[in-house]
Design a protein around this ligand. Structure first.
Ligand SMILES: NC(=O)c1ccc[n+]([C@@H]2O[C@H](COP(=O)([O-])OP(=O)(O)OC[C@H]3O[C@@H](n4cnc5c(N)ncnc54)[C@H](OP(=O)(O)O)[C@@H]3O)[C@@H](O)[C@H]2O)c1
Length: 324
């Protein structure tokens, strides 16, 4: 979907259509690695400057603090629940079907929000119940059919207005589509100019699954981000040409492909800058320049979801089905 086919909703926030009939804001606030004591303030500032989508997860360990600020605008009558779009994610230790709906209930309780707009399987990796970290003994066998059937119950219960996936390759998505009753509305994956997901994007488009871009400005806070996306020559050149910050160029590139973006910041000035995406357009010729950028996945799963003895994914190639 191109920028000119945005739908406007949620107080003039551009939206992309989902296959549920609902829609998702073009930009949301990321909350991974937003520290305790800072994340609440970031959510408050974000809502003030126009963000309506907050991307959360059990694994981020900050849903409670996020909720205190989410609740404020409803309590003060500034916004209604339906003015906000809240995503949360099923963690790897809750894949057992009986745990899926309980995990959703707990996120709803922590976020104090009655329902979740979008509930995603965070990673297609299962851990033993209550396992905390990435230790070799924590991995458990995967049963995606059973986990997805429980996700479908979450959707049918109305507690999750849409369900989807995250970190699913083309192969993993195809497999899910071969047995699902309710199709995933969204696949949330890494995407920025340095990892453009050239295989996954056309596939998801052909299946009418919305593409949501995480780490859209290159996750500079992460130890595994070896390259600074905002310093790519094409980004700095276009920043100069369009007189916009490098972050806005990187985000606008994604949005012009029809992808929602989820930049994280806990700084008020950056939150305000990052959302200023809808008053300019990168020209077709300049968009072509992005085709020549060397491609590298930043969040490969190495050292976490990949383990050559106990994980179902013995290698990074297996985790991503060779799409590296
Ligand atoms: N589904 C998944 O598995 C998954 C995985 C990764 C991420 N995500 C989601 O996607 C969100 C975003 O991804 P991310 O946190 O990896 O990375 P990101 O949003 O690409 O980058 C965040 C980093 O950029 C900095 N930053 C923000 N705005 C900036 C600006 N205008 N100029 C320069 N630096 C700026 C932030 O610092 P400050 O905070 O100090 O401003 C932070 O260090 C996450 O928070 C999470 O919600 C999901």
């Amino acid at each position: 979907m191109r920028a000119d086919s945005f739908e406007y909703g949620l107080k003039n926030m551009p939206m992309f259509k989902l296959n549920t009939g609902g829609s998702i804001p073009a930009i949301g606030l990321g909350t991974w690695q937003s520290e305790p004591g800072l994340v609440g303030q970031a959510v408050k500032e974000a809502i003030k400057v126009g963000y309506r989508h907050i991307d959360c997860a059990k694994a981020y360990n900050n849903e409670k603090e996020v909720s205190l600020q989410l609740a404020m605008p409803y309590k003060e009558g500034i916004l209604k629940r339906e003015d906000l779009f809240i995503t949360s994610k099923l963690w790897c230790s809750d894949h057992n079907p009986t745990d899926v709906i309980k995990a959703l209930d707990r996120s709803i309780e922590r976020l104090q929000c009655d329902y979740i707009d979008l509930y995603l399987i965070h990673w297609l990796v299962a851990f033993k119940k209550d396992a905390l970290g990435f230790a070799p003994e924590n991995f458990a066998p995967l049963d995606i059919k059973a986990t997805w059937a429980a996700m479908e119950q979450c959707y049918e219960s109305g507690k999750a207005r849409a369900i989807g996936i995250s970190n699913f390759s083309v192969e993993k998505t195809k497999d899910l589509l071969s047995h699902c009753k309710v199709r995933p509305a969204v696949n949330q994956v890494e995407c920025h100019p340095h990892w453009q997901q050239k295989k996954l994007v056309p596939y998801l488009t052909s299946e009418d699954i919305h593409f949501s871009a995480y780490s859209p400005i290159g996750s500079s806070n992460s130890s595994f981000a070896k390259i600074n996306v905002l310093q790519l020559p094409i980004i700095t050149t276009l920043a100069e040409k369009y007189q916009k910050t490098p972050s806005r160029i990187a985000l606008r590139w994604n949005v012009q492909q029809g992808h929602s973006v989820l930049p994280k910041s806990t700084h008020a000035d950056r939150l305000a800058t990052n959302i200023e995406l809808f008053d300019f357009e990168i020209s077709k010729e300049d968009l072509h320049e992005f085709d020549n950028i060397e491609q590298h996945r930043l969040l490969s799963g190495e050292g976490t979801f990949v383990n050559d003895t106990t994980s179902p994914h013995k290698t990074v190639e297996q985790l991503w089905d060779g799409d590296l």
